[in-house]
Ligand binder design. Structure first.
Ligand code: BGC
Ligand code: BGC
Length: 632
């Protein structure tokens, strides 16, 4: 065996974890042939050659352009600019309403516009279906990925992704920006819940399962969608204080999100890169480079990361989609942003607003010889590979299938979500055999802000970008079961369930359940330096404790929180993550219909001072270790 210079640092890693071609270090293409999972993307090269030969430069650039639909000057621009793709960002809903029918009509309308273009190449329509088809009112909303990480159940993750794909297809979209294969290493990060957990091995396994669930055995399956592994690479490993500044909230800026990863290459590969190799092996069609940087270089502009490592070493044959306006953050003016990113290997740009400017800029760069024509052909080829593999050749039908409407948000889909919820709960404490609660207690008092609160249960990326509780917008009532409703449905006919937000009225009950936790948040806005509970939650727990009855605390959060004091007050304590619409899954665990089986996907800190804490740390002494979880 020839040991190259670059292979020297790699050997210890190979011993530590299963070998994945390309992950441990650079490799030449001939030594690492195309991974088996990527070969299906290469099945139509001849047809693609012929199509590319017929395409004008404008048509090629159009395929590489992805506006957010809300910024289209007119739907006619889809054909006029030969657009290859559109997306709905987190707040980009149909104009009339957020209903299933309006989503379907909107997306089908755009597909019809694409058929008016000369080549009639169908659109890829992308959405953030990250825990169900979560932007659409009426979709089943699954636990956020952190909760799925607690289940340790790859089969379940695959099933959740399969159902999500079907609901996405029912509205006519055919691409989801999921799964997030981040490895969140700092619980203060507001995107921690989008990851499966802090351990690379877990993310590798569940990330690949999600890709299989979204895409199915073949991308041509009309019930599946193209997946997108994100955010490449190291988004969960940024250093506190290096994040994007928030002009609206200057005190909040510069924390973690979109920050800088300061790691040597070997550690980056071992911790953060490995899940991409598994996603690639599972056939992932697209990958989204991250807003964040690695040792000061933005991922969206790094030729080493995008071309050398991802495409050459790992053998990725699909295409790269930039994050929302991410290339605008590269140094220099917009022209240099476009030049750097496309040159580095970006294939499609999520513009999302100024698409005319992007198109003109890229065209100017090509005509000036500053962006290579071969690079453009490579980008277009990669996009067309995904389309052809999905059956989206020129003239093909890309619209929604009316037959799927009946299954959207169906009881059958909700039953799987309920199963995911009950498997995701982690029992942190259970003294005096408090759980399971008897179903025939005379009175159960349910308290806390989270007991009857769908926004808290669902978290961010649910109907709205930052979650359902958005200032100035009505709190959407999304169909589902609150935890309170789940408890009411579980108990015997003779049991009385009383409820108060603040814990008042607990006296005299036979057991008290208090549901507390975090307000919804998403990327950027969710970074926090203090992960303690708020005062209202502490007060509700204290009030309930005074009743002197068995006290169960249920925590709704996107990450471990600092609850050392509250754990002391509670008889039983359940980490429920962000379970989504099926609160009955929580009742299943409280009342003994499902023995707790979830295991911590992140280490649980004792104090704010101990954060970040991760399994494998040199001094590792969390309150509860990674993998901890009781049963009864
Ligand atoms: C997020 C991505 C998301 C994209 C489109 C970005 O701000 O980082 O995760 O896919 O927006 O909504
Ligand atoms: C969009 C998100 C996007 C974010 C980026 C929001 O308005 O809805 O999808 O990720 O902007 O800043």
């Amino acid at each position: 065996m020839r040991i190259s210079r670059s292979a020297a640092f790699v050997i210890p890693l190979l011993l530590a974890s299963p070998v994945i071609p390309g992950v441990a270090g650079p490799a030449s293409p001939e030594r690492h042939p195309v991974p088996a999972g990527q070969r299906a993307l290469l099945a139509h090269e001849k047809e693609i050659d012929a199509l590319i030969a017929r395409m004008t430069l404008d048509e090629k650039i159009g395929q590489m352009t992805q506006p957010d639909q809300q910024y289209l000057a007119s739907p006619r621009d889809i054909a006029a600019y030969h657009l290859g793709s559109l997306l709905s960002g987190g707040d980009s809903d149909p104009k009339r309403s957020n209903s299933f029918a309006d989503w379907r009509e909107m997306i089908d309308g755009y597909h019809a516009e694409a058929q008016k273009s000369r080549l009639q190449i169908p659109l890829l329509y992308g959405v953030d279906a990250v825990h169900g088809h979560n932007n659409v009112v009426g979709a089943v909303v699954f636990p956020q990925q952190i909760g799925l990480g607690a289940t340790r159940d790859a089969g379940l993750v695959e099933e959740v992704a399969r159902i999500t794909a079907k609901e996405v297809r029912a509205t006519g979209a055919n691409w989801t920006f999921a799964p997030c294969v981040t490895v969140p290493r700092d619980e203060r990060w507001g995107r921690s819940y989008e990851g499966f957990g802090e351990d690379t091995t877990l993310v590798r396994e569940l990330g690949a399962a999600a890709v299989r669930g979204f895409q199915g055995p073949a991308l041509s399956d009309p019930l599946r969608v193209a997946a997108c592994a994100k955010h490449y690479v190291g988004d969960g490993g940024t250093v506190w204080g290096t994040g994007r500044r928030d002009d609206k909230h200057p005190t909040k800026g510069g924390r973690l999100d979109q920050g800088d990863v300061q790691l040597e290459e070997a550690a980056l590969r071992r911790i953060h890169l490995a899940p991409y190799a598994d996603a690639i092996a599972a056939g992932v069609a697209t990958i989204m480079p991250s807003y964040s940087s690695w040792n000061g270089v933005k991922c969206s502009g790094s030729r080493q990361l995008l071309t050398e490592i991802l495409k050459n070493d790992l053998g990725f044959q699909g295409f790269l989609i930039s994050d929302y306006a991410a290339i605008d953050q590269l140094p220099g003016d917009y022209r240099s942003d476009v030049k750097q990113s496309i040159g580095a290997g970006m294939d499609m740009v999520m513009v999302p607003e100024k698409y005319q400017e992007f198109i003109a800029t890229l065209k100017g760069l090509i005509e000036a010889g500053e962006v290579d024509k071969a690079r453009i052909d490579d980008a277009v080829r990669r996009i067309l590979r995904v389309k052809f593999a999905m059956g989206l050749a020129p003239g093909a039908r890309a619209a929604s299938d009316a037959a799927l409407a009946a299954s959207f948000g169906s009881a059958e889909h909700r039953a799987v979500a309920r199963r995911a919820v009950r498997q995701s709960l982690v029992l942190l404490k259970n003294e005096k055999r408090t759980l399971p609660l008897a179903k025939d207690l005379k009175r159960i008092h349910v308290a806390g802000r989270g007991a009857d609160d769908m926004p808290m249960q669902a978290g961010g990326w649910t109907v709205y970008w930052q979650g359902l509780r958005v200032a100035g917008k009505p709190e959407a009532r999304i169909p589902g079961t609150s935890i309170l409703a789940g408890i009411q449905a579980a108990v015997s006919k003779s049991t009385t369930v009383t409820h108060s937000k603040d814990g008042a009225g607990a006296e005299g009950a036979d057991a008290v359940v208090v549901v507390v936790g975090e307000e919804p948040y998403a990327e950027f806005e969710g970074d926090r330096s203090d992960l303690s509970l708020g005062q209202a939650d502490k007060d509700a727990i204290a009030a309930a404790r005074k009743a002197g009855k068995p006290l169960v605390v249920v925590l709704l959060s996107g990450r471990p929180m600092v609850v050392t004091d509250e754990l002391g007050l509670a008889d039983a304590f359940v980490a429920a993550w962000l379970p989504g619409t099926e609160g009955a899954g929580v009742a299943d665990v409280l009342f003994g219909d499902h023995k707790p089986s979830g295991k911590l996907p992140m280490s649980w800190p004792r104090s704010n001072a101990q954060i970040p804490v991760n399994v494998g740390d040199a001094t590792y002494d969390p309150l509860y270790k990674y993998g901890y979880g009781l049963t009864y």
